[in-house]
Ligand binder design. Structure first.
Ligand code: ATP
Length: 232
């Protein structure tokens, strides 16, 4: 579904990605692991059109999307839930969700009902300002807002960051369910073990390069991965 082919992305003169290639098959969950600064967020931003790679190509559903802007990509079915969530804290929960569908024409009522059914806490708090929600609820709102755009491919950048373990479990469960309902997922995570448990394939980034890839099952058993990312 998504093919990232040898992309090189820079911040000014600093090269953050040196030939990154990633395949995301339709219907799968693919995870990108790596230490701080490895280039995970840069990869996600490059796919979402927020950063433009200097070299390389990105194709989505057989179309070259390399230089498309984020709005166009949302219309084509790619939504990014950025690191740090970026919900609109001065707007209500309902307004945040409506913002997620701003590119769409026609009624969004049915989709609002659907995401509120999935996230009952958002229904309950729909009139509250986004900024008054807990961290976990804000992450749910960020995911729900992305779902309002009806993505075919959901890009999740560290959805479990800064959340308590019980909430982390909920978030991973939600990601799995969203995938089971037909949305393809590319997931960046520090929480490598849980990410590998729900993923089909995984890539490991180190200083802007893919140093390892394989099925999630294989990587869970890989001794160098265990040592570097799984805590033993
Ligand atoms: P983290 O988990 O810390 O977000 P990451 O794997 O997502 O790590 P990136 O944020 O993609 O890493 O960063 C990759 C490299 O690019 C790092 O060396 C980082 O210092 C550099 N970098 C990131 N953002 C900028 C920026 N705005 N300007 C210059 N360099 C940047």
């Amino acid at each position: 579904m998504l093919s990232v082919n040898n992309i090189q992305t820079y911040y000014g003169n600093i090269q953050a990605l040196k030939n990154v290639s990633i395949e995301v098959p339709q219907g799968s969950i693919v995870t990108i692991l790596g230490a701080n600064g490895a280039g995970k967020t840069t990869t996600m931003k490059s796919i979402a059109g927020v950063l433009k790679p200097k070299q390389g190509t990105i194709t989505f559903l057989d179309e070259d999307i390399t230089n498309k802007n984020p709005d166009e990509l949302v219309r084509k079915g790619i939504s990014l839930v950025p690191e740090g969530r970026a919900i609109l804290s001065g707007m209500t929960v309902l307004e945040n969700l409506e913002m997620g569908a701003y590119q769409r024409k026609g009624s969004i009522k049915q989709d609002l009902d659907k995401v509120m059914e999935r996230f009952p806490i958002l229904k309950e708090r729909q009139s509250q300002l986004g900024g008054t929600l807990s961290g976990g609820q804000q992450q749910m709102l960020a995911i729900a807002r992305a779902l309002m755009a009806k993505p075919k491919l959901l890009l999740l950048d560290e959805p479990s960051m800064g959340l308590a373990p019980l909430i982390v479990k909920d978030i991973f469960q939600i990601v799995k369910e969203i995938n089971e309902e037909g949305t393809t997922v590319l997931l960046v995570e520090q929480n490598a073990r849980q990410a590998l448990k729900i993923a089909d394939h995984a890539y490991v980034l180190e200083t802007g390069r893919v140093i390892k890839s394989g099925s999630a099952k294989e990587l869970l058993k890989d001794s160098s991965i265990k040592e570097a990312y799984l805590g033993h």
